[in-house]
Design a protein around this ligand. Sequence first.
Ligand SMILES: O=c1ccn([C@H]2C[C@H](O)[C@@H](CO)O2)c(=O)[nH]1
Length: 140
Amino acid sequence: MYFNDPQSHAWDALVEAAWQGWEHAHAPYSKFHVGAALLRAGGGIVAGCNVENAAYPSSLCAERTAICAAVAQGMKPGELSALVVVTEAPTLTPPCGACRQVLAEFADDLPILLVNRHHRTLHSLADLLPHAFTVRNLNG
Ligand SMILES: O=c1ccn([C@H]2C[C@H](O)[C@@H](CO)O2)c(=O)[nH]1
């Protein structure tokens, strides 16, 4: 699979799953709908969407709902292989800082494809969150 190429068909199923997640976004406050989909090492795809709350800080980003769903299905650290984030915003939507930190718990590095209706750009978690704090810091 060619996750180093943003145009590769390797991304197709993940992009489709991320748009399916986007359909389910619960974002009545920001009206900013976000979908995400991640690829597990075994090949499984897990979607997420942002889930907002009337108590605003209780809201969750799409990237983290995808991670939580995957962990609930058994995903372990090191088993996260790729991530797609989709919005209809003209400017592509990168994971927020908190989501970068949560992603770093499950992958040392990770190809991250940002997608809207017209464009896509490919990034890596290591570029988005250099010098991440991880379990290695806790252990010495
Ligand atoms: O990468 C991002 C950025 C923002 N949001 C959500 C949080 C909130 O519900 C809305 C506006 O910030 O978008 C995500 O889900 N992922």
